[in-house]
Write a protein that binds this ligand. Structure first.
Ligand SMILES: Cc1cc2nc3c(=O)[nH]c(=O)nc-3n(C[C@H](O)[C@H](O)[C@H](O)COP(=O)(O)OP(=O)(O)OC[C@H]3O[C@@H](n4cnc5c(N)ncnc54)[C@H](O)[C@@H]3O)c2cc1C
Length: 473
């Protein structure tokens, strides 16, 4: 144990900060974990426990063969995750999902960190940029980062780069869009920076389809803001699509669904009455977001209503839309591949504040931030994970994989769950036992299986080359 080394400071003892602190200490580096609760609370946390689950008690699917979050669980277990170990130990029955007894889980994480000889826990709020003598800091203060610290980070990164609200438009898998109906074209064929003039996927609606779509939006069941969310101001340009529809039946046709500057090559004789545009969301070109379609519709309603759009009848969604109170960085622009803030590399970020979404994803980013900080302190190379692994794909998306567009709204980077759309596509076509190309659901299943097999093989190779010890399997 290297107790003579200066400590790494971790701010925030949630899912990400607890995992980061554990990884650092397990690597033999002292760590000081600063958690403001119970001295100061947040609007959502109720206890003083570390790694408190603020809402559901589910870590989602535990299927590592065909589910991206299940694969993430498996990878985290292999990397000695505290969050996964205590989640497993406090599991409650939930079918194929991993759900946990929240109190037992949080108490076990707290006890493990309190008992670790290299971990010091300080119950205090950090109210500004960390003092200069803290040469290695991980900020993992989550979606409800206290205002004083959020203001300090915002002053450092710039107004536009730290949001207090997410406005998520649904994201669709490119290969589930029917291109015999939709087509590629930018409005007026304009090639913006880095564009070709055919960057958007366009879905056309005729008048009847548009009217039916507006009716469905108006009638669709919505979720409501929590009281404290309703009081948080959010940017204009982020109005939910159903609120726009409420303002008048033509509002959408003059807003995100305007049909101008576009010609449908499938029906050049007929001008669309309205058009839904989807914009490439990741460098791989596997994900497309529905431009301007942020919404508070319930998830089931979103799937039903958005599949009314011609070309999206069979759309599969990598994530559905939403609007929440959420403090998060424009990470693809601000962070380097090892999660350091480019303008002040002594600061790393981890957890939901980096623009990942979810308990497990937050802990996963904390895990890697902790490993990077420990390796740096020990003078070892910082080795990012292969982008073919679930953890590597997620961190790659956060630190550069997302394509930023700045043509409208406050900014385009929105929080992301882990999903197969973040993984580089397979190099070979999948064939069945008869040597024929697979199709339909058999193809989808085989693809997921091949992606997770590739991830496991690549993680094996990475672990074999890594000098930090991996947990025993
Ligand atoms: C209301 C709400 C409900 C959610 N529900 C779910 C859900 O059901 N499932 C899901 O997967 N995800 C959910 N999320 C999203 C997300 O996964 C969780 O917020 C997750 O806890 C994020 O982990 P984190 O470690 O980044 O942040 P947190 O777990 O929130 O941890 C951040 C910690 O930092 C502390 N802190 C903040 N500021 C300071 C400061 N200045 N100094 C010291 N300490 C500070 C906080 O007290 C907190 O303990 C929800 C988010 C919110 C806001």
């Amino acid at each position: 144990m290297s107790t003579s080394l200066p400590p790494v400071h971790v701010i925030g003892g949630g899912l990400a900060g607890s995992e980061a602190a554990w990884q650092i200490a397990q690597a033999g580096v002292p760590v000081v974990l600063h958690e403001m609760r119970p001295v100061r609370g947040t609007e959502a946390h109720k206890t003083a426990g570390l790694a408190e689950l603020v809402c559901s008690n589910s870590f989602r699917s535990d299927d590592a063969e065909t589910n991206a979050v299940g694969l993430l669980h498996q990878e985290m277990r292999r990397l000695g995750s505290l969050i996964m170990a205590k989640g497993d130990a406090h599991q409650v029955p939930a079918g194929g999902a991993l759900a946990v007894d929240r109190e037992g889980f949080s108490a076990a994480v707290t006890a493990a960190l309190e008992a670790h000889p290299l971990v010091t826990i300080r119950r205090e709020e950090i109210t500004g940029l960390p003092p200069e003598e803290w040469d290695s800091v991980i900020i993992a203060t989550g979606p409800l980062t206290s205002p004083a610290l959020a203001d300090a980070v915002r002053a450092l990164t710039g107004e536009r780069e730290l949001a207090f609200f997410d406005a998520i438009a649904p994201i669709v898998y490119r290969d589930s869009i029917d291109m015999s109906i939709a087509w590629f074209q930018s409005r007026y064929d304009k090639a913006g920076p880095g564009g070709t003039g055919a960057d958007y996927i366009n879905c056309p609606l005729d008048r009847d389809q548009y009217e039916a779509f507006v009716d469905a939006l108006l009638a669709g069941e919505k979720t409501s803001f929590k009281e404290w969310e309703a009081e948080t101001p959010y940017f204009d340009g982020c109005l939910p699509i159903e609120v726009m529809a409420e303002r008048g039946r033509e509002t959408l046709r003059h807003g995100p669904m305007k049909p101008v500057g576009l010609t449908n090559p499938h029906r050049p004789d007929r001008k669309p009455y309205a058009v839904v545009q989807l914009r490439q969301d990741n460098a791989l070109g596997t994900l497309f977001n529905m431009v301007g379609f942020q919404t508070k519709l319930k998830y089931g309603e979103q799937t039903r209503i958005f599949r009314m759009i011609p070309g999206l009848e069979k759309a599969e969604f990598a994530r559905l839309g939403g609007l929440h109170r959420n403090t998060y960085l424009n990470s693809p622009r601000l962070l380097d591949p090892t999660l350091r803030l480019k303008v002040m590399p002594r600061l790393r970020f981890a957890g939901q504040i980096t623009g990942c979404e979810g308990y497990v994803e937050s802990a996963a980013v904390g895990l890697m931030a902790g490993r990077f900080a420990a390796a740096e302190r020990l003078g070892r190379p910082l080795r990012p994970l292969p982008v073919t692994t679930a953890m590597g794909a997620l961190i790659n998306h956060i630190t550069g994989g997302h394509i930023e567009t700045i043509d409208e709204g406050p900014r385009s980077f929105q929080p992301m769950n882990v999903n197969f759309g973040l993984f580089p596509p397979l190099e070979r076509a999948l064939k069945g036992e008869d040597g024929q190309r697979l199709r339909g659901s058999a193809k989808a299943l085989a693809r997921k299986k091949a992606l997770t097999d590739r991830a496991r093989a690549d993680l094996d190779a990475w672990l074999a080359a890594d000098r930090l010890p991996a947990a025993a399997e």
